[in-house]
Design a protein around this ligand. Sequence first.
Ligand code: MLT
Length: 365
Amino acid sequence: MDILKLNAISPLAGEILKGYDLTDESAAPVGILVRSADMSAYDVPASLLAVARAGAGVNNIPHADYAKRGIVVFNSPGANANAVKEMVICEFLLAARNLVEGIRWTATLTGDDVAKQVEKGKKKFVGHEILGKTLCVMGLGAIGRKVAASAHALGMTVKGYDPYLSDAAREEIPFVKVLPTPGEAYAGADFVSLHMPATEETKGMINAAAIEKMADGAVVVNAARGELAVTADIKAALASGKLHKYVCDFPTAEINDCDGIVAVPHLGASTEEAEDNCAVMAANELKDYIETGSIVNSVNLPCLKLDAPAAHRMTVIAEAGAALPEGGLRAERKGFVYAAYDSAAPFDAKSVESIPGVIRVRIIA
Ligand code: MLT
């Protein structure tokens, strides 16, 4: 069975997927491993059961459409969280201390008296400390919570906003003042760090109105997705001095080489450790789903953790409300139901396939 790689993926994936053909080209893959490749124009073959994203964001995968076709889309939540957290803390510091501009200036100095020029000119780059400053973390998922904890340990006052924060996640970060609205979270913040996916609700959330609520001279760090910020509003706020810096992991022609913008070439999750962690998590998700039907960390279909089948197993993806056979285990989410049936006797897939609303039936064993 082919597993198609649409991006370079850590070789650790191959160790987990031993027995599969891990390939860069296949007309009939059962699974896909992807990082940032855009799948919107991918011609989906009938063989495809699942796509696993080695990373957190899934905006490069048409996952809502894939759900309707019975294709499970997984992501790797938390697997690169430490890498992104370290990058974000680094970005708070480099923005507060004007390091990029300072280093660029140093590179222009020539002659025998560079040390003298440095001492004379360095006052242009005097910065601020982050100790005692207020950080607003937008999105308190695996990455946002880690950023909040490290910032708190560095002496920042941390507040945040996340409409989907679970009680268990809330308990991990008692030092964060979680606010009920984005406006209250932005209010007076010296630093704002974005950790939300790009959705219809979040696109453009960093706009003139949001920036206006922040402290004068605030720094916005965007390691989430470029679409969360309105570039024209960011540029206007930088020009007026309302914002001190915008650090963005998603460069475009519009933001490259603009005063006050630090454009980082999408390096937030680019560490060997994070790439290994993501590859391992994504490969395990695919393997478990293909071999047992278990769904963990799906972004588009219900999750149902299953052990290896003892004898025969059938799984069904259907529209919620479909008149599926009684028994088995099932989970429902976003208008879909996923059911798994175990039996000592073989299953007849055909009779289930003909039930109205059934999208995909798999006989796993
Ligand atoms: C993510 O969504 O986790 C990152 O964008 C991963 C990556 O760098 O590919």
